[in-house]
Design a protein around this ligand. Structure first.
Ligand code: FMN
Length: 195
């Protein structure tokens, strides 16, 4: 197996980070590499918001967890469970040295059809994967976090985003402070068919 395959197979989600800062030049390189992802019609609908200022991180954390609390209460989750998840989420936001909010620009579509919307989202997700791999290439850990999907408006308002920038995910980036656990992969026999 060549080293490119080994590299791709060795990327794992990192959920504990050392506090060491990441040089701006490294973040810029990661984001630039992310923009090399393929996109439908080469429209490049991805947008990135780099959140690293402690005050911005804190405001983002409050916005996301306030909505998280409301949603969990509405679902009837026990208060202790809600507060545990809120505290854990705030800790994770605080510990991540850099958070990249991955957005899609909803106006960057060729025509206003459901298929084009899906392609816009798919293209943005590919940039997200490329971002994670670029971070891995820099010796950094990363984690894709879905929380903004549940708090689109709150995220946009808190960070003062343009209205057309729709949050898709947060990508936490930093130097790993954990060893990834063994991961069980579904066998190729289960996830593929030959016809
Ligand atoms: C669309 C998507 C949403 C995810 N959301 C979260 C999340 O909210 N929190 C989290 O800790 N990990 C999240 N992950 C990371 C997955 O849990 C992780 O990729 C999976 O367990 C496989 O582990 P690996 O990345 O180490 O290979 C998400 C991944 C994807 C692709």
């Amino acid at each position: 197996m060549n080293s490119a395959h080994e590299f791709l197979r060795s990327r794992r989600s990192t959920r504990r980070f050392r506090p060491d800062p990441i040089p701006d030049s490294v973040i810029e390189r990661i984001l630039t590499t992310a923009t090399y992802a393929p996109s439908a019609h080469n429209l490049q609908p991805w947008r990135f918001v780099i959140v690293k200022n402690p005050d911005s991180k804190s405001r983002l954390g409050i916005a996301l967890t306030t909505k998280m609390r409301v949603d969990m209460q509405a679902e009837g989750a026990p208060e202790s469970e809600t507060e545990k998840r809120v505290a854990n989420s705030l800790r994770r936001i605080d510990e991540a040295p850099v958070i990249i909010l991955l957005c899609r620009d909803v106006t960057v579509v060729r025509t206003d059809t459901p298929e084009e919307t899906i392609m816009n989202i798919q293209s943005t997700a590919l940039a997200g994967l490329q971002l994670l791999l670029a971070a891995h290439a820099e010796g950094l850990g990363g984690n894709w976090i879905c929380w903004p999907l549940y708090a689109t408006k709150e995220t946009q308002t808190t960070l003062g985003l343009p209205e057309s920038w729709e949050p898709q995910a947060l990508v936490f980036v930093g130097y790993a402070d954990e060893e990834p656990k063994q991961k069980e992969l579904k066998s190729l026999n289960i996830v593929s068919i030959v016809i």
